[in-house]
Design a protein. Structure first.
Lengths: 338, 275
């Protein structure tokens, strides 16, 4: 299946390996066209279109109430769209909801776990519900997941006694229990300590890169989106504000600045740069011995470096600095809301 | 419809119910009271008093009048005390056993979807590939099977209690079980319970919380109360014919309500209530 020979590995790696019964690349992507959801007079999601390729981690960013969770619920065939259509893994979310649910793993906004059942019983129920009914396969899968999330020792404890972080880990384990090729994760690192959050990020990376799982990540943590997503879509008040790679989004809010570290900075260098037509602004950080330049045209970089060298500067490094995702996000959401 | 998925929902819910005192206690206490407490009070009271009070006597006379002829003649040959015990245990208390499955199941059926909504576990359940009909039927079974079992156990307990207490008074004759009671417990009671469970699960899927569902499901006891008063006043007499007709009626109602409730059950509506 599309280069997905899943090897049986032991320990943590076994979490994401083994053969999958699903077998075409067509089955592993998301296509939404004009997706709209209205609740009475309130429009939660307004005409959203996007496409997620196989193996891609696609981020859905937006403030509270932006429509992220509603979008995930529609794509998971939990609620039907008021208008528009979507295909998940090649299946129509409205006409083939059971097929969609079979191939999708969902981490819901709340952990949604049965607190009177043990960790093992929770995973047992969901494994069976998703059709993993062979006892050996099911038990092996549950053990693999619980070991990966360091919950094996607590498998007989009722979930009600778990901390928020443990519940979140178990909820992620539940989303993966049937080895879904498409995964919807709503705030996967919420409630986790930095170490656990990193483990989850590593897991998401591994699922995407090694297993070619298609992942739709809904998050408030821009750090997660920055580290994990191939592309992100920013939505606000149900509407799509922007979609693209982080670089593409950065270009939307402005050009990257050129950062040059020098051994020494003197006025002659600064004056010579200011005299160049391509340089719009020069910021000087004398402590870090660094210049940050706003350029009219990025292709002027070699001339700028040459000018510094002619002016007696000794260049240590030259980098393009893009606006951070946070800057991009805040600016786009503000513009989108205006 | 995949029966394995229906049973999976049943097993999961039953595991939860077994560990939930709020749900489990009414399942045990109500049948225990009705199958032991109520008959004990009536029987011991009658034995001590010698004969029932005048108002009770009036109720019993109503029952005697509506008995079939051979049964009426048999009662008329008994002593007043014997007749009182006989009529109370075999006729007066019979409709109360229709309450047991309805009351027992109302707690579980009210909790079925409303409880999951309150505990915020519903979304992950709805995200599984369990179909609407499998989910709905699973939720019905988890109320129906325990309530049916509890009713049978209550009836067994009641029968033993009645037979032990009346053994010497009726010269070694065992009053229970008899055909009417067996039909009542095995046919009419489950048929009526199924109707009430279907309606309660339907309500539970539509309301926001457990209490709301339980309050509405309380209304379902009204038709049973009508049967109880009908029997006391002698308007209705639970004989094989009446039980048979009522069972057929309720089975037909069950079929229609089940089809209707599965057709109208929409998981989307449940989630919309959470948004």
């Amino acid at each position: 299946m599309n280069g997905l020979k899943r090897r049986r590995l032991r320990g943590k790696a076994s979490l994401i390996s083994e053969e999958s019964s699903l077998n075409t690349s067509v089955l592993e992507n998301i296509l939404a066209e004009g997706l709209t959801k209205q609740f009475n007079t309130f429009t939660a999601v307004d005409n959203i279109s996007f496409k997620v390729e196989e193996g891609e981690v696609f981020g859905l960013l937006g403030p509270n109430g932006a429509g992220k969770t509603t979008t995930i619920r529609m794509l998971a065939s939990l609620i039907s769209p008021s208008e528009g259509s979507a295909f998940v893994g090649g299946y129509d979310i409205t006409r083939e909801p059971l097929k969609v649910r079979e191939i999708v793993g969902v981490l819901t906004e709340n952990p949604s776990l049965y607190e009177r059942l043990t960790a093992y019983e929770n995973l047992w129920f969901f494994a069976e519900a998703y059709g993993v009914s062979d006892p050996r396969e099911r038990d092996g899968r549950i053990r693999g997941l619980l070991e990966f999330f360091d919950l094996w020792e607590r498998r007989r404890d009722k979930v009600g006694t778990f901390s928020r972080g443990m519940k979140q880990k178990l909820a992620i384990a539940r989303a993966l229990v049937h080895r879904p090729p498409i995964i919807f994760l709503d705030e996967p690192t919420a409630g986790l300590d930095p170490e656990s959050a990193k483990e989850i990020r590593d897991l998401i990376n591994r699922l995407s890169k090694q297993e070619k799982c298609t992942i739709l990540l809904c998050t408030h943590r821009l750090e997660d989106a920055e580290k994990l997503c191939n592309r992100v879509m920013i939505i606000s008040r149900g509407r799509r504000i922007a979609v693209g790679t982080l670089e593409e989004l950065a270009h939307l809010v402005g050009k990257p600045s050129l950062q040059i570290a020098l051994r020494n900075i003197d006025q002659k260098i600064i004056d010579s740069l200011k005299a160049l037509g391509q340089v719009r602004e020069v910021k000087v950080d004398t402590q870090a011995s660094r210049l940050t330049l706003s350029l009219l045209d990025e292709s002027a970089t070699p001339e700028i470096v040459r000018e510094i060298v002619y002016a007696g500067g000794m260049v240590l490094s030259v980098n393009f600095v893009y606006p951070s995702l946070e800057e991009v996000y805040l600016k786009l959401v503000k513009e989108g809301s205006a | 419809m995949r029966i394995s998925r229906v049973m999976l929902v049943f097993k999961k819910d039953w595991l939860e119910i077994k560990r939930n005192r709020e749900v489990l206690l009414p399942i045990i206490i109500i049948p225990l009271l009705l199958s032991t407490g109520v008959p004990l009070i009536f029987m011991i009271g009658t034995m001590i008093a010698g004969e029932p009070s005048s108002s009770s006597m009036e109720d019993l006379e109503n029952i005697v009048r509506s008995l079939p002829e051979n049964e009426r003649n048999e009662v008329l040959r008994m002593t007043v005390q014997q007749a009182a015990i006989y009529l109370i245990t075999l006729y007066l208390l019979a409709p109360f056993f229709l309450i047991i499955p309805v009351m027992v199941s109302s707690v579980m059926a009210s909790d079925s979807f409303a409880g999951e909504k309150e505990r915020r576990t519903i979304e992950a359940l709805l995200a599984t590939p369990i179909s609407d009909s499998e989910l709905f039927l699973g939720k019905i079974l988890v109320s129906f099977i325990p309530s049916f079992m509890v009713t049978i156990m209550s009836f067994a307990t009641y029968s033993v209690l009645v037979d032990v207490l009346s053994f010497s008074m009726f010269n070694g004759r065992l009053l229970l079980p008899n055909l009417v009671w067996i039909m009542l417990i095995l046919c009419l009671s489950p048929a009526m319970a199924f109707t009430s469970i279907c309606l309660t699960v339907m309500v539970s899927a539509k309301v926001k919380g457990f209490r709301e569902a339980q309050q509405i499901s309380g209304l379902l006891l009204l038709p049973i109360m009508v049967l109880i008063f009908g029997q006391i006043s002698g308007v209705i007499m639970f004989g094989p014919m009446v039980i048979g007709i009522l069972t057929i009626c309720f089975t037909l109602i069950d079929y229609v309500i089940l089809r209707l409730s599965i057709r109208t059950f929409k998981r989307e509506e449940i989630l919309s209530k959470l948004i």
